[in-house]
Design a protein around this ligand. Structure first.
Ligand code: NAI
Length: 340
C-alpha cells in the first residue's frame, strides 16, 4: 500500500493511562510513515459530562463509518456505578472475537520456554451479560448466558485463523464438568466446528488445569478458544508469562468492524505519572496496520521493537527499567528511523 494513502480511523483515547499510550502509538505509526486522519471521540466516565452518557451515539457512528478504531482502556467502577462501557461497545458493534496474541518473541518474557499462542475469547455474552439481580437480601444472582450462535462463531473465527496461519492445534477451554448445560453447549458447538478442520488437532481442557499448565508448560498451547470470563482471566495470566500487561496487544473483531486495544486496563495506580509501557498499544496498532493492509509499516515497527528491546535500554519500570513513556517512544522511533 502506498505511503500517501490516508486512512480514516476512529480513536478513543480512553481513561487513566489511555491517552498516554494511544498518543505514544500515534507517534510511532507516524514515524513509520502511515498517514492517518484520526477521528477522536469520547467514551467512558469522561464522556458523561459532555454527552450525558458513557457511550455516545457519535462514538458508535464514527466506528461504524470508519470500520476501524484504536482504543485506550476505559475505567469501570467496581461494585456499583455504571456498567462496563467496554462490554457495551463490544455488544453494540457485535465485536464477537477478542483476539490476543501472546508471544515471547520480544525477548522480555518471564518464562524460560518460547511462547507463541493466540487467545480467541468470546466477547459478547457469558457472565458479562450484565444480568444481575438481588434475589433476596443476602442473595445475589448473575446470569451466565451461553448460546450456540456465539459459541459457534468464536470457534469458527479461531479455526479459520488457525488454518490460515498454519497453526497445528486448538484447545477449547471450559468447565463443563460443573456447568454441564452452559459450558456443555459451548463445547458441543466448538466440537462441531472442529470436525470441519481435520488437519488441526482439537483438544479440550478444563480451565483450572489450563491455568496450571500455562504456568508450567505454556509451549504445549497454540490456539485457545474460550468463553468471555475464562478468556479474560487466562489472557492476563498468559500476559504475565511474556513480560506483563505492558506488552500484550489485542483486537476486537466483528464481521464489518474492528477495534484494536491492549489487554491491559486503565492502570489508575500509574496514570499521569508518565511511566506507562506503550508497547501493548503500539502492538495493537500494529495489528490494526495489518488489518488495513499496511504490512510493510507493521513489519518495520515490529523489527524496531525487537531491536529496541534487545538493547534493554530506556525500559519503563514494569520491564525493570526507569525510563518514561516518552523516552521509550523516542527509543523505538530512533530504531524505526534506523530501519528505513
Ligand atoms: P490494569 O490492567 O489497569 O492494571 C493491572 C496492573 O498492571 C496495574 O498494576 C498496572 O499498573 C499494570 N499495568 C497495566 N497496564 C500497564 C502498562 N501499559 N504499563 C505498565 N503497567 C501496566 O487492571 P485493573 O487495575 O484491574 O483495572 C483498572 C481499570 O481498568 C478498571 O476500571 C477496569 O475495569 C479497567 N479495565 C479496562 C479494560 C479495557 O478498557 N479494555 C481492560 C481491563 C481493565
Amino acid at each position: 500500500m502506498s505511503k500517501e494513502k490516508v486512512h480514516h480511523i476512529t480513536l478513543i483515547p480512553g481513561d487513566g493511562i489511555g491517552p498516554e499510550v494511544t498518543s505514544a502509538a500515534r507517534k510511532v505509526l507516524a514515524a513509520a510513515g502511515v498517514v492517518i486522519d484520526w477521528e477522536i471521540v469520547d467514551a467512558g466516565a469522561g464522556a458523561v459530562e459532555k454527552h450525558g452518557t458513557t457511550l455516545p451515539d457519535e462514538t458508535l457512528e464514527s466506528i461504524r463509518k470508519n470500520k476501524v478504531a484504536l482504543k485506550g482502556p476505559l475505567t469501570t467502577p467496581i461494585g456499583g456505578g455504571f456498567q462496563s462501557v467496554n462490554v457495551g461497545l463490544r455488544k453494540a458493534l457485535d465485536l464477537y472475537s477478542n483476539v490476543r496474541p501472546v508471544r515471547s518473541a520480544l525477548g522480555v518474557s518471564f518464562h524460560h520456554t518460547p511462547i507463541d499462542l493466540i487467545i480467541f475469547r468470546e466477547n459478547t455474552e457469558d457472565l458479562y451479560s450484565g444480568m444481575e439481580y438481588e434475589v433476596a437480601p443476602g442473595v445475589a444472582q448473575s446470569l451466565k448466558i451461553i448460546t450456540e450462535k456465539a459459541s459457534t462463531r468464536i470457534a469458527q473465527a479461531a479455526f479459520k485463523w488457525a488454518a490460515q496461519t498454519e497453526r497445528r492445534m486448538v484447545h477449547a477451554v471450559h468447565k463443563a464438568n460443573i456447568m454441564k448445560k452452559s459450558d456443555g453447549l459451548f463445547l458441543e458447538s466448538v466440537r462441531k466446528v472442529a470436525a470441519s478442520y481435520p488437519d488441526i488437532t482439537y483438544k479440550e481442557i478444563i480451565v483450572d488445569n489450563c491455568a496450571m499448565q500455562l504456568v508450567m508448560h505454556p509451549e504445549q498451547f497454540d490456539v485457545l478458544v474460550l468463553g468471555n470470563l475464562y478468556g479474560d482471566i487466562i489472557s492476563d495470566l498468559a500476559a504475565g508469562l511474556v513480560g506483563g500487561l505492558g506488552v500484550v496487544p489485542g483486537a476486537n473483531l466483528g464481521d464489518n468492524v474492528a477495534v484494536f486495544e491492549s489487554v491491559h486496563g486503565s492502570a489508575p495506580d500509574i496514570a499521569g505519572k508518565g511511566i506507562a509501557n506503550p508497547i501493548a498499544t503500539i502492538l495493537s496498532a500494529n495489528m490494526m496496520l495489518r488489518h488495513i493492509g499496511e504490512n510493510k509499516a507493521a513489519d518495520r515497527i515490529q523489527a524496531a521493537l525487537v531491536l529496541f528491546l534487545s538493547e534493554k535500554k530506556y525500559l519503563t519500570p514494569d520491564l525493570g527499567g526507569n525510563a518514561s513513556t516518552d523516552e521509550m517512544v523516542q527509543g523505538i522511533i530512533n530504531k524505526i528511523k534506523l530501519l528505513r
